[in-house]
Design a protein around this ligand. Structure first.
Ligand code: ADP
Ligand code: ZN
Ligand code: ZN
Length: 742
């Protein structure tokens, strides 16, 4: 037999599949097997994408594989990986890397192997040490104090050692996970073991289940509302028959969508099928993942973004072996290695994090559609603010009211023209009320940092990034100005480099500054900030937990605060500069703005006390804002679909974006021109090249392909980019293709 093997190499030029002769022990490898194959003088890792009777090569030119790895990927996933490669104009190796066991990658790093892991558990001596000596030590120094006068041995513990023992209080933990949680390394654990404070033993099973934070309102199994029951019945009927169109669960915020997902997963499991639950980002919405764990226990594999490579690998195997039947995770969970898939849930289906930013730039929602269709599984997408795409193409089920029958909070839009400062008078009053009554509020401003930009009062110079054509943002707490596009940072300027003036003006308000102003406004209530700066330092979960635990306070931050949190005590939601997003030239600007305001509104009034929302905007009449204030998703979507139809924008047409870039100005334009010629030559309409702002030191030019014929557009772009990228004359340019750009 002949195996057709796709080599897992990052090199774009090396395209398989290549033929290998299967013989001896390797005779029965099948599609999805991973092989080590000889390739010229090298050895490469490859995936079997097909098995055939004969090859076009003469037998003497056929090599045999050197070895087969243990991993084998379900055949359907191999097909899916190759489909992603084609659909998103990437390479087969990159497409396949998505479906392989984590860490097997593009063959760049050494692949992981299954191994028996170590498990750490507390000993009695460890417990005693924690109780006695734990608190006294301050430095990370180990002093093995000999028992002086017959008193219990005083084991002095450094902070990391104490953290390690603390983490064992709840029960045994995998050694790797323990080291990570305690911020120590393996040698620390070994030294604790030598001192008899913990024991390390080989675990029969891979590491313990990854830890998921639980924040916010919680509930066990509940009696469904009438609307939930009808929704669950529809889902179940679809699971029973042959699943047809995907379902769209359109339920207002607080309508109990998660409970419907739980029932859907239950129904799939009952039929002996596995289920995937896609969520935007687990760190941001730990509640949802927590509910699945609570309901299904060890049958759940959680693909948390902070899992180690090893933990991901272990979870992959639990699914592959059928020990885990439910996969909860962000976009990559759509590739969970189930061979009996029955259901894919896409929670908060409007969330743009479902689109991958690097190559392959796949959209997990589209991949989910494809996978569900290919494997006869049901796709169930849900949101309070669905995409126009889903509205048009999916079959809708509605949850029109909140579970407790409470009304959605009233939303007031206030105009900011001529208003000085960050807050409108109405907002100040509302925040003051929250302060007086000791309640909770969430304030959203989609701009992190202290000020947007700095300028010199002497000569007007504006501080810009040396690598990108954008201004630097002031981060006062970090003592620096930073570029939000490339990460460049430098100390806060004290004087102008051009004219020497020491008078530097700060413009605009970001979340840092807002936090300070709120501190003054609502004192003594605590103010919690949540944006990616804080997330990187303290962790999102920690901030959400503190806000949840406080009896009153204000949570301020970027769009992170508008995700699906469920904090019943929040009585006020505020959006600042709500129409800022509308000022971007982007056909999704309205959709984004609507979703952001509606989602933030959804965080307010989930409890007994009710709630309200204030939206500050320069143009209070903006369509997206008016619909959001009226909680009118249907009206908004109808208008949006009509507008898009006129303009042939998605879902009434397909977009592909090609960005060419180069370090010197010039080659990027030339390359874009060349691609355009070829695409236009294939009779596919193309706009551009249009220059984009320089980013990360690269000059960029963009082409936009807008077509009713998706396949033709993708084929034309794929061919054109391949040809131009392979042309030495354009060697200075690189290419990024984005199908369905967000
Ligand atoms: P959504 O995702 O639609 O915004 P959630 O699923 O977060 O709503 O549910 C909101 C709250 O209502 C949660 O605290 C949930 O536990 C609770 N809940 C859901 N269904 C019911 C029900 N049938 N009866 C009572 N409480 C419910
Ligand atoms: Zn100056
Ligand atoms: Zn930059």
């Amino acid at each position: 037999m002949i195996a057709k093997v796709e080599p897992l190499t990052p090199a774009r030029a090396l395209r398989g599949p290549f033929d290998y002769l299967l013989a001896g022990a390797l005779e029965d490898v099948g599609v999805g097997s991973m092989l080590v194959v000889p390739f010229g003088r090298r050895r490469l890792l490859g995936v079997v994408v097909d098995v055939t009777e004969r090859s076009e090569l003469p037998p003497e030119r056929l090599a045999e594989p050197l070895a087969a790895l243990e991993a084998d990927v379900p055949q359907s996933l191999v097909r899916l990986g190759l489909w992603v490669a084609r659909e998103y104009v990437s390479t087969p190796a990159r497409g396949l890397a998505l479906v392989l066991p984590p860490g097997t990658g593009t063959g760049a790093a050494r692949p992981l192997r299954r191994r028996r892991s170590l498990r750490a558990s507390m000993t009695a001596a460890g417990e005693a040490a924690l109780a006695v000596g734990g608190r006294a030590a301050t430095a990370d120094v180990v002093v093995d104090g000999a028992p002086a006068d017959g008193a219990p041995p005083r084991a002095r513990l450094g902070p990391r050692q104490r953290a390690a023992l603390d983490a064992l209080v709840g029960g045994p933990v995998g050694a790797a996970a323990l080291a990570r949680r305690a911020g120590c390394d393996h040698s620390t654990l070994r030294s604790l073991e030598r001192r008899g404070l913990l024991s390390l033993e080989p675990a029969a099973e891979p590491a313990r289940r990854p830890h998921v934070e639980r924040v916010g309102a919680r509930a066990g199994s509940v009696a469904l509302t009438e609307a939930q029951r009808r929704a669950a019945e529809t889902v179940e009927a679809c699971l029973e028959g042959h699943p047809g169109r995907p379902l769209l669960l359109h339920g207002v915020t607080g309508s109990g969508k998660t409970e419907v997902y739980l029932r859907a997963v239950e129904a799939a499991l009952r039929r002996g099928r596995s289920a995937i639950v896609l969520v935007p980002e687990i760190a941001l919405t730990p509640q949802t993942a927590g509910r699945f764990l609570e309901r299904f226990g060890d049958a759940v594999a959680v693909m948390h973004s902070r899992l180690s490579r090893r933990e991901r690998y272990d979870e992959w195997w639990r699914m592959r072996r059928g020990e885990a039947r439910v996969c909860v995770g962000p976009r990559s969970a759509v590739f969970a290695p189930f061979s009996d898939l029955g259901l894919i849930v896409v929670d908060e289906e409007h969330d743009s994090s479902y689109k991958q930013e690097g190559d392959p730039r796949y959209d997990a929602r589209t991949v989910a559609e494809r996978r569900a269709a290919e494997e006869g599984a049901l796709l169930l997408a849900g949101s309070a603010t669905p995409r126009p795409e889903s509205m048009l193409r999916y079959e809708r089920i509605s949850l029109p009211g909140r579970v407790d029958g409470r009304r959605l909070p009233p939303v007031e839009i206030v105009g900011m023209l001529g208003v000085n400062g960050a807050f409108h008078e109405r907002t100040r009053q509302a925040l003051d009320e929250v302060r007086r009554r000791g309640e909770k509020a969430i304030v959203l401003l989609n701009r992190r940092g202290w000020s947007n930009f700095l300028s010199c009062r002497g000569c007007g110079r504006v501080w810009e990034c040396p690598n990108c054509d954008v201004t630097l943002v002031l981060h006062r707490f970090a003592g620096e100005v930073a570029c939000h596009h490339c990460g460049h940072r430098e100390p806060i300027p004290v004087a102008c480099g051009d004219c020497g003036s020491v008078s530097v003006a700060r413009h605009g308000t970001g979340t840092e500054q807002l936090e300070r102003e709120l501190d003054a406004l609502v004192a003594p209530l605590p103010v919690f900030r949540l944006d990616s700066d804080v997330a990187a330092a303290a962790g999102v979960g920690a901030v959400l937990r503190r806000f949840d635990a406080a009896s009153a306070g204000v949570l301020v931050g970027t769009q992170m605060v508008a995700k699906g949190h469920d904090f019943p005590a929040v009585t006020l939601g505020v959006v600042l500069d709500a129409d800022a997003t509308l000022r971007f030239p982007d056909f999704r600007a309205e959709e984004r703005t609507f979703a952001l305001v509606a989602q933030l509104a959804g965080r307010s009034g989930r409890g007994r006390l009710g709630g309200r929302v204030i939206v500050q905007a320069l143009d209070p009449d903006a369509r997206a804002l008016r619909h959001a204030a009226a909680h009118d998703a249907d009206g908004f979507l109808a208008g949006e679909l009509a507008r898009r139809e006129t303009l042939s924008y998605p879902p009434h047409g397909h977009l592909v974006r090609v960005v060419c870039s180069s370090t010197e100005p010039g080659p990027e334009i030339a390359a874009a021109e060349a691609v355009r010629e070829l695409v236009a030559g294939a009779r596919v309409p193309v706009l551009g090249p249009a220059p984009l702002f320089r980013r990360q030191g690269r000059h960029r030019a963009q082409l936009l392909i807008r077509s009713g014929d998706r396949e033709a557009a993708i084929a034309a772009v794929s061919h054109a980019v391949g040809a131009v990228a392979g042309d030495r004359a354009h060697g200075a340019a690189t290419f990024a293709v984005d199908v369905d750009p967000q």
